[in-house]
Design a protein around this ligand. Sequence first.
Ligand SMILES: [Mg+2]
Length: 239
Amino acid sequence: MAGEAGEGSGSSFGIAQDEAVAIKDKYANKQKLMRRRVDQYKIELRNPCRQGKKLLVLDIDYTLFDHRSTAENPLQLMRPFLHEFLTAAYAEYDIMIWSANSMKWVELKMGQLGVLSNPNYKITALLDYLAMITVQFDSRGIFDCKPLCLIWTQFPEFYSSKNTIMFDDLRRNFAMNPQNGLIIKPFKKAHSSRDSDHELLKLTTYLLAIAELDDLSNLDHNNWQSFSQDNVKGRRRHQ
Ligand SMILES: [Mg+2]
C-alpha cells in the first residue's frame, strides 16, 4: 500500500505531545506549505455540515479496519461495533474519514464495509493522502501527518480546534494538532481479536460524554479511559 509507507514503524515511532508541539513551533514555515495545500485540496462534502455538531475525524487502517490481514469477505476485517459506533457518534458529531491511502481505496473500503450506505448515519466527507502534509523533525526524519486546519479553514463556521476530535492509531498523524488527537489501540489480527475488541464501544461512551462540553480543546485525550461523567458535570458547573 503505497500511501502507508513507513506505517510498519508506527509502534516504535511515538512522539510525545511536547515534542509534537515543538514540531509545530519549530516548523512554523510549514504553515506556508500547509496554506498552499489547503488552497489546493478541496474537500468534497458528501453530506452537508450540520450546525451545532462537533467533528469526529477517523483514520481507517488499524482504526476501523485491519488492512493487513486477509479474508474472503472484508467485513471479517472490520473493527467490531463499527456501525453502532458511527450511529451513536452521528447524533453529536459530523463524521469525516481521513486515510493515508488514495481516494479510490478509501471509497472502495468504506463501500465494502457499508459505511457509505448505512441508513443510520451519514459521512460528511472523505479525505485521502493528498490532504496530508510532510513535516521534518530533526531526530526522526520526515513523515506525513494530517493537519486538521485543512478542514477548519474550509469550514470555519462549523469546525475548529474547540469542537474537533480525531482518532488515529499513529500519534505522528497528530503532529500539527496534538491537542485534538486520541490514540486508538490498533485493531490488528482481526481473526483472533475481533471477539475481544471493545474499543469502539468504550470510545462511544467517551465521545458522547465530552459532546456536552462547549470546548474540547483543554481535554487530555490520553486519559480518555479514566474520564467519567463527573468530569462533565464539574466542568459545566463552572462555565
Ligand atoms: Mg492507521
